[in-house]
Write a protein that binds this ligand. Structure first.
Ligand SMILES: Cc1cc2nc3c(=O)[nH]c(=O)nc-3n(C[C@H](O)[C@H](O)[C@H](O)COP(=O)(O)OP(=O)(O)OC[C@H]3O[C@@H](n4cnc5c(N)ncnc54)[C@H](O)[C@@H]3O)c2cc1C
Length: 382
């Protein structure tokens, strides 16, 4: 049986925070659209009982655009962190911190400066492309194009990184902090100065006003036509639209439309378990490890544990016995390696909304709103 093609003037593909930011703005402006996605929330993924986040884990107080849909679960306090380096186990406020005070004094003013510049970038990104804004700001542009290794050397942070920061940073981007860009290095340390929380995202509340136009399906093919685009899905449905917003991760987007050069990606794997952690790790809620171990354990508010790792599954090292609730790999988790920008409006009537140029829940949502605003501006012109 031949199915009829569905037409929507604007079609969004992808229901992560970028797609939902776009959908919300269009809905608020009274515009009609359809959204096709294979999951709701994307990399903001919760456990089946809705209590534990498997992807994005924390938000800071500065995430003002998504905050109306956030329920804070737990304030991430430094006193809750425990550090491990080989056979050494220490608390953040151990005497060994004292020798790092000069390094901290070199780093902290930059955190405040970065926060000011970054919050301005976020405000302006609602109306302008990230690339243009970052390149116009000499401070941000330098950090965006500089390797963290160079920044660490310049600020003489090597010892501080080794004993404390590499553990925290590995847990932020699941990778060697020397190899990412300096902007991600500094940005991921912002929770030192900004209150941050594990959270539940209230997706149902966000999508309630437009849930009837959300279709659950996977887009397999996008074709450009004289009047816009046609989109084919795994279920065999076909959509036509004048304007297409691809709010899929760039690894997927590159398979659907002419590919752009993108940053290197980072994968990570996780377990969500019910179990018994070994006594040496049962001190605080969060265990941070050196790069050699490339692991993280978190004791969640509901009593279960999360264990994240990259290279080697070492779960038996940390837990005596456990029952697996979920186990999976993010492929990819993050786009953090390199300083490529993607063009968010690469062809007429085609818009890309995602977390490539600047990554986080708040930034993906902002990029979605930016895409929606640009769509509306372009339509007014035509
Ligand atoms: C393990 C991990 C930890 C993280 N920690 C944090 C953190 O603590 N704080 C923070 O702010 N951010 C964090 N992030 C990053 C944050 O989750 C992302 O930057 C953000 O959620 C990206 O949103 P997005 O909409 O751009 O992409 P995604 O969330 O990936 O959304 C893409 C959407 O497209 C859909 N899709 C994909 N392909 C298709 C297709 N072919 N057809 C239809 N639909 C499709 C997907 O199902 C998904 O709904 C983390 C990410 C991971 C993985």
């Amino acid at each position: 049986m031949i199915k009829e093609m569905t037409h929507s003037d604007i079609l969004i593909v992808g229901g992560g925070l970028a797609g939902l930011g776009c959908a919300k703005h269009l809905h608020d402006q009274g515009e009609s659209f359809m959204l096709v996605t294979d999951t709701l929330g994307g990399r903001v993924k919760r456990s089946p009982d809705g209590k534990v986040n498997y992807g994005a884990y924390y938000v800071t107080k500065d995430c003002v655009n998504i905050m109306p849909y956030i329920t804070k679960v737990r304030w991430l306090k430094w006193s809750d962190y425990h550090f491990h380096r080989g056979s050494e186990h220490y608390h953040i406020f151990s005497p060994r911190l004292i020798k790092h005070i000069p390094a901290a004094l070199r780093l902290f003013p930059d955190l405040y400066r970065f926060r000011r510049h970054f919050n301005k970038l976020r405000r302006d990104s609602l109306d302008h492309p990230r690339k243009e804004l970052i390149e116009k700001d000499p401070y941000l542009s330098r950090l965006y194009h500089m390797k963290a290794a160079e920044y660490i050397k310049e600020k003489k942070l090597e010892a501080f990184v080794k004993e404390y920061l590499e553990q925290i940073l590995w847990a932020s981007f699941f990778h060697d902090p020397y190899e990412v860009q300096a902007a991600y290095f500094v940005g991921s340390l912002l929770p030192i100065i900004i209150p941050s929380y594990s959270f539940e995202f209230r997706f149902d509340e966000l999508v309630a006003p437009f849930k009837d136009v959300i279709m659950t399906d996977t887009v397999t093919k996008v074709t450009r036509t004289d009047n816009g685009y046609t989109v084919l899905t795994k279920k065999g449905d076909e959509y036509s639209c004048r304007t297409l917003v691809l709010a899929t991760p760039m690894t997927v987007t590159n398979q659907l439309v002419p590919p752009q050069k993108i940053k290197g990606t980072i994968d990570c794997s996780y377990y969500h378990i019910r179990g018994e952690i070994k006594p040496e790790y049962d001190v605080r809620n969060y265990n941070f490890f050196s790069l050699e171990e490339a692991s993280l354990t978190a004791h969640e508010a509901d009593g279960t544990y999360l264990y994240f790792y990259t290279a080697k599954d070492n779960i038996h090292k940390y837990f005596n016995k456990f029952e697996v609730i979920t186990k999976d790999t993010w492929h990819p988790a993050l786009f953090f390696l390199g300083d490529e920008y993607v063009d968010m409006h690469p062809a007429p009537n085609l818009f890309l909304a995602n977390d490539h140029n600047v990554a986080s829940t708040e930034d993906a949502f902002i990029n979605g709103i930016y895409a929606a605003k640009t769509v509306l501006r372009e339509r007014k012109k035509s």
